[in-house]
Ligand binder design. Sequence first.
Ligand code: BGC
Length: 945
Amino acid sequence: MNIEQCTINHLTNPLGYQLREPTFAWKVVDSQGQRQISARIIVSQHDDLNDPIVDTDWSNELDSLGTTCLSEAVLKPRTRYYWTVGVRTDAGEETTSGLNWFETGKLGEPWSAQWITADCGERLPVLSTTIDLKDNKRVESARLYISGLGMYEACIDDMKIGDELFAPGYTDYDQWVQYQTYDVTDMVVSGSILGVMLADGWYASRMGFESRAGDPGIYGQERKLIAELHVVYEDGSETVIGTDDKHWTAKASTITFSGIYDGEHRDDTLIDGAVVSCSVTDAPSGRLEARLSPPVTVHERFSARIVHQIDDVTVLDLGQNFSGIFRLSVNEPKGREVHLQFGEVLQNGDFYRDNLRTALAEYRYISEGRPAVIEPKFTFYGYRYVRITGVENLQEEDFMGYAVYSRLGIRGRLTTGSDLVNRLIANVRWGFKSNAVDTPTDCPQRDERLGWTGDAQVFCPTACYLEDGYAFYGKYLHDMAAEQSNNNGMVPEYIPALRHTTTAAVWGDAATFIPWTLYRFFGDTSILATQYESMKAWVEWVRRTDESGNGRMWGKRFQYGDWLALDKRHRTEEETMGGTDAGYVAYVYYMASADILARTAELLKHEKDAVEYRNLSDRVREWIEYEYFTPSGRCCCETQCALLLALKYHLSADETWTRERLRTLFRDNDDKLETGFVGTSILNPTLSDSGLSGLAYTLLLNEEYPGWLREIKLGATTIWERWNSIRDDGSISGTQMNSLNHYSYGAIAEWIFAYAAGIRQVESADGAGFRHALIAPEVNWKIRHIEASYDSAAGEYRVAWRCLDTNHIEIEITVPFGCQADIRLPLAASDAFTDDRNPLFGNVVDGICHVGPGAYHARYRTSQALVATYSSAMPIGQLLSYEPTRRAIQSVLPMSESTKVPSIVQGVPLADMLRAHGEMMGLGNPDSVNAVIDSLDQALAGVAE
Ligand code: BGC
């Protein structure tokens, strides 16, 4: 037995993070037992755990998904605390984890350092000081507490401190600015130079799609720095070196421009600037607080392939669209400019980037006449292709691309028998990585790269299956709450909001949906407690808005609705609005947000609020039913998205009818989707929950327009913003809103994990964190097999299913320690669990087998054939256009080869047609017509694909 993944606030050994209420979590593996009986946490300032500040003693109340046993208030600033957790299991085992730690930042301690600035003109300044240490004293530890606006990079004697990029991170700088803590014990030597380069970053470079190249940033223009180096000697004495105007000076660097959208310029011909003094300046208006966001670092490397090269112009292909930087080795004559531009796609074989709109996304370098390696420091690009001019005879190995994104950590892995689906999963993962540069963004390349709330909301569950995003989204939610405090609870459309003050349903509902998603996936209620006021403030803001004026104003305001759906009438290729009534969508999300808030209030024991918001949700539901449904349950808005919402939220009085209508809508559309951001994010899960997994698979596996696999067949390596981003002939469909790295439609991967692989939580409090899972795979003959693992907060689940032949399935399931699962074997006859060969299953109720931790294996004959099943409920046209089904029909209903079915009945289900006209066709009375239909079904069921 071992204890692994010990975390504080879901971070491993966090240094200088904001802790608030530190939350301890851990996992037990390789145990003989089934569950934890008791646990014991010890926290001490000493690595031998002597003199603990907390010893919980053995207790059966410590939850491995999240336990709080001390608050930031009882901790000392700038102090490392060590901790272990011991666990006893029901098998009588007892083990203690290895030694873990967390270290506080400055907590409430005032800064002795001052904010300083220096004027180096256009050139980015490097502020520096000499590290003067006490003679003859050995350094025990050294920490640098530092922040700089807009961005900073700190070095000691030109060696970069840490591996983090783009610090201090992207926040609403009016509200708060993060500081970082670095362990520099091994770097400080008396006489060495602490130097910090400052740049514009998100703070001072232009941001927002209304901006143009050359515009100033929104938050401020003055680059500034605050830093405190605390050196502790072995004898316990200390030296503190802080930023001030006496000991710090500055020099201009060779970087002459740096901006998020427009790239960076470096001019090595510039002569060393004069040393200038630093002056004390105003602190930024935002509070200086310890960091929350995990660091952005370099991850994968991509080597380049030359697409074409003419003279000094080379176009390179990195093979993958991603967010990243690069390194280029150059050796050009003095004064030569090397110019790099970044793009996502080629057009007619040529470099192209009009879809980046006003973003210049470039790098300019002027050579000093010596070999150099150039790389951007304070910007990144969303790219796959690079066009480089100014380098003669460039070699592929001169260039290397580096993906950059926040440190996450893989949680879910999945492969199937379909190469296209496997590539889709990879594309979705790349979509997330590319849009996880400190903030969840819409896209990484054009003049946006904004923390659009709607995109984050629809993708968050998928992100949680793929990667560990708790701390990443936790910081985003902190930003969201900060923005709301300035806006009476309103959640701006993107976060940080850049002082932008509009909102919309679905987007603003991120304030309730994302914390709830994190709670569901991680089982840690602290995210709900932390966000509670933000969640409530949003619902209250919607309520006030809705009740203003003549009432029911929420649905009358501008709403995005099912953004980018394909079902608006008379749409052009660049249309953004969908056909679903946007007011209806807005009320459904209002109702859902109030419901999430009520459930949160119940969990947090805010009884009064729980009643209040349950009632509010119910009242909004009544309004939706009154306004958008007939009393008998027909939705007045018949689009795929509208009916999906009706089924997901049980809005119709007649669900069977609604389901039938939805099925018909798809059938009438050749079983193709038309959904946008809203409909697509709930599409397949809702279909499966409505018994339409076959259709869900058809949509997933569709290789024609519109669909995920079509994009892959057209060469996509990420997820596109629009279903029609690229036309079948490879041409781009428009430039105004057309990113090729927009993760929203990647939400399909949630269904692949939750339904196709079948790993999902049960919808009750004990399901949170996957402590109680439902394992219910939806098998499919076309993809043949899936192997999935999901390292959930509670432990690692594995599911692997395989179609052995058209009638047999093999399935393997692993349920981790401390967890339980309800297993629903797909297409299992009632004896599948009790079959002698599957002795580990037992305790089956209604086809669901309840199991504890362990590995399970079953092999059984399916209750129906695994190949696509055809039946008389299918449209006549479809059945007659496929040779094997046509022959099956002929075997029951003699038809001549030349029988033609008029086009108006092509879409009518065969059985319906026979019931209506069977007698007239000479098939006898209704009973004998039914017998014919039964025979047809038998014949059709035998058709294999
Ligand atoms: C963004 C989206 C965003 C939308 C909202 C776009 O420009 O790229 O993904 O959600 O605007 O309207």
